[in-house]
Design a protein around this ligand. Sequence first.
Ligand code: PNS
Length: 167
Amino acid sequence: MTTVLYPGSFDPIHLGHLDVIEQAMELFGDVVVATMHNPSKPSGMFTLDERIAMIEESVEPLRAGHIGTVRVVAFPGLAVDAARSEHADFIVKGLRTGGDFEVEQQMAQTNYAAAGVRTVYVPCKPALVFISSRFIREIAKYGGDVTAMVPAAVVPQLTRAAQRDQG
Ligand code: PNS
């Protein structure tokens, strides 16, 4: 079985992320979802613990499907160090658009140059490519409906976090 690390901010996890996790479980077997800090996104909506709790709840149906294994961890430092510490064979990233490719390719090449850790891309399901955590946070903040974009477990948490941010 191959172990892969899927790092991200997951603020919050959405259906596009879940699709990548499911594809990675099918393709490689053992997926470690690493909730990381993204230095270019300092002001998140959810705490690390909240993000992890939502990921855990969202991947539960995948675990029940027995297509592979999935573990959820938090990691404070570099993605390559998380990959090493979790004994991952490589990093997996989802690609939605060419814009994602530009960003991901630079990170993948940097991670390989710095630490010899390779990255493999998984194309997102076409029906989900428009989804982004940033717009989900924005819609939720103004009381909009994001049920088509996030796992069911995330919907009430978004409502709660939006109310908390206003209070
Ligand atoms: O979901 P995101 O915000 O697009 O994920 C980006 C993330 C967290 C995977 C990226 O910022 C990252 O790997 N952060 C950890 C720090 C790191 O390894 N930096 C070097 C990148 S080449």
